[in-house]
Write a new protein. Structure first.
Length: 133
């Protein structure tokens, strides 16, 4: 039996990979329907979905790197599981909210939960690095 070195980070990365594909497919559907191959062609919905996709790609690497390093450092398994699950939930909510041009709960909640998750991992990682945890 193979030992998985970073099971929480791996599960979170797999979930985020699936979300990445989901967002990409949502973008492609609009591109094909509107015959827009480059840019957003002035389509507000396409612009929002493209921005949601970019937003995922901007935040996920930092979260996954911090999770992996914390997991390697012996960070509490359950806390990492909860943190990863919250981040995944945030990254599902945000693109749903980005389909609307106005502020809304999924978009704002997803963004806020993303920031809180990232800030928590930054703090936790810093404390581990300083030997305080």
């Amino acid at each position: 039996m193979t030992m998985i070195l970073l099971p929480v980070t791996l599960a979170t990365a797999a979930a985020l990979g699936l979300i990445n594909l989901w967002i990409a497919f949502r973008i492609v559907r609009i591109r094909l329907k509107a015959d827009i191959l480059i840019g957003d062609g002035g389509e507000e919905l396409l612009a929002g979905r493209m921005r949601a996709h970019a937003n995922l790609v901007e935040y996920a690497p930092f979260v996954l790197i911090l999770m992996a390093l914390i997991e390697l450092s012996g960070g509490a398994h359950l806390v990492l599981v909860i943190t990863g699950a919250l981040f995944v939930a945030a990254r599902i909510a945000h693109p749903i909210g980005m389909d609307k041009p106005t502020s809304n709960i999924p978009r704002a909640g997803g963004a806020l939960l993303t920031w809180v998750t990232l800030a928590f991992l930054i703090g936790w990682g810093a404390l581990i690095a300083l030997g305080a945890v």
